[in-house]
Design a protein around this ligand. Sequence first.
Ligand code: DHB
Ligand code: MG
Length: 224
Amino acid sequence: MYASEESWREVDAYFADTLVAEDAALAEARASGARTTLPRGEVSPVQGGLLSLLCRTAGATRVLEFGTLAGYSTIWMARAVGEGGRVTTLELTEQNAAIARANLERAGVADRVEILLGPAAGTAQRLIEAGTEPYDFVFIDADKPSNPVYLRAALALTRPGSLIVIDNVVRNGAVTDPDTTDDRVRGVRQALADIAANPDLEATALQTVGVKGWDGFTLIRRRA
Ligand code: DHB
Ligand code: MG
């Protein structure tokens, strides 16, 4: 016996209203997502709450995000790092970055967030070459075919103890198909294989249901 998608959504809305009610800035950031290149791509309110809680639990003050869109998850993490913290977020398009800038301003965190424009793989490579101080927390949530590239970059930009979270690793169950021709699913599967083959990483994955349907996160801790 399993419940319908409608009841997952109801439960999600109930949890969100009860535990992680959005303020006006978050609500506006979510609404503005409709004007980005990926409407409704942002994490759900309870997922934003999870990112915040993980950042705070890790004591993260330096956060790196792959994929900004309207800056919804960026706001959650920027609030979690506190006034002295920094979030660097990588965004492909100026259209999305302009929307995100307004949202970050409205949320009162623009001064602690830097949006770096352009293909994230290239931007991350420049951060590596610049000898950027390690990040405490990385959220990978950009184009899915590039997940293995983003994971490799994240490993070059973190330290033992850092956490890395990858969004959208379930995709309605498609992740289990070894013969998939969907480059997004292939990107997820390759990243998972790379994690499994790396003895320096401790990782798990969680399926989620809710307002974004059936999807999930991979959570990774660098032990070395
Ligand atoms: C898609 C991307 C996301 O990051 C997400 O959370 C949901 C959907 C997409 O590419 O369709
Ligand atoms: Mg996502």
